[in-house]
Design a protein around this ligand. Structure first.
Ligand code: BV8
Ligand code: ZN
Length: 248
């Protein structure tokens, strides 16, 4: 059973606007490997090497195969108790936003409705040549980069690679939601990837009470108002129960 401070009780009681900023750690208990954890990601490559446009240009089939591998892992995965608790917050607070760095669709599958995907979504794709979209398309051949049926160009996942700009409209909305938030939960992120990582700092700068949930210290921990060290799948349901108790 977690203990929360009187300040967090007060904030949960009076708040209307809640923001969740999530990273790969919120999906860890669904069996999705994190980026920088010991299980790391795929084979001997680092995400920075594979999640980049240069890698795709140099070896599209290798990058495509990596995303197919992750898509299959993600499709077999289920949202875990952290995703479900986050979705439940929408039933007790009028304004809940999930700003996620994850591309795994699990917040949506858990029932969250206000989701801002800063780094895109692995189920969405587009042709690098003509921009034609191929969202939620099942590609049969998993290890070769599929070709666009309109122009023959390479199809790529609609995710933000290293060195690429984030979708500006989504990022702007995430910043606005962060500035307006009264409680900001920072869940399962190492908070080292920018500009996404500025979101919790923005929330704090504009007066939100910032609560970190992680299994270990992170770059953000010194700036958190309160930290809960443990698994998101165990701590979020407890925070939800406390919120239900205090938010009348
Ligand atoms: C940009 C989508 C400029 C793809 C991702 C040097 C060279 C080149 C670039 C840079 C550089 N230095 C800095 C940069 C900028 C770079 C950056 O920040 N790099 C970092 C690594 C230093 N950023 C960019 O390149 C961004 N673009 O800057 O463009 C620009 C501007 C204008 C115009 C043109 C260009 C783009 C960054 C986006 C990259 N795409 N993902 C894909 O997924 O394949 S980033 C990737 O990292 C994922 O999105 C992931 O979510 C994200 C952050 O990682 P985390 O989510 O935090 O995951 P991580 O494994 O790190 O941590 C997991 C945490 O969970 C840990 O803390 C762990 O303790 C915790 N945990 C584990 N289990 C649990 C748990 N917590 C709770 N419960 C558990 N059970
Ligand atoms: Zn095309």
């Amino acid at each position: 059973m977690i203990e929360i401070s009187d300040e967090l009780k007060r904030r949960l009681k009076n708040a209307d606007k809640i923001l969740f900023f999530t990273g790969a750690g919120v999906s860890a208990e669904s069996g999705i490997p994190t980026f920088r954890g010991k299980d790391g990601l795929w084979k001997k490559f680092s995400p920075e090497e594979l999640a980049s446009y240069d890698a795709f240009v140099k070896n599209p089939d290798l990058v495509w195969e990596w995303y197919q591998f992750r898509r299959e892992t993600i499709r077999k995965a289920e949202p875990n108790d952290a995703h479900k608790a986050i979705a439940e917050f929408e039933k007790i607070y009028p304004d809940v936003t999930v700003v996620t760095q994850n591309i795994d669709n699990l917040h949506r599958r858990a029932g969250s409705s206000n989701i801002l995907e800063l780094h895109g979504n692995i189920e969405k794709n587009y042709c690098v040549n003509c921009g034609k979209r191929f969202d939620y398309v099942e590609f049969e051949n998993t290890n070769e980069t599929p070709k666009c049926d309109a122009c023959g160009g390479n199809i790529r996942p609609d995710v933000v690679w290293f060195g690429e700009a984030l979708p500006q409209d989504i990022f702007k909305r995430a910043e606005q939601k962060a500035m307006a938030s009264e409680v900001c939960f920072v869940v399962g992120t190492s908070a080292i990837v920018y500009p996404a990582a500025i979101i919790p700092y923005k929330a704090k700068e504009y007066g939100a009470y910032v609560v970190e949930v992680n299994i270990q210290y992170t770059d953000f921990t010194p700036d958190a108002d309160e930290s809960f060290f443990g698994k998101a799948g165990e701590i979020l349901p407890e925070l939800l129960n406390l919120a239900k108790e205090f938010h009348r």
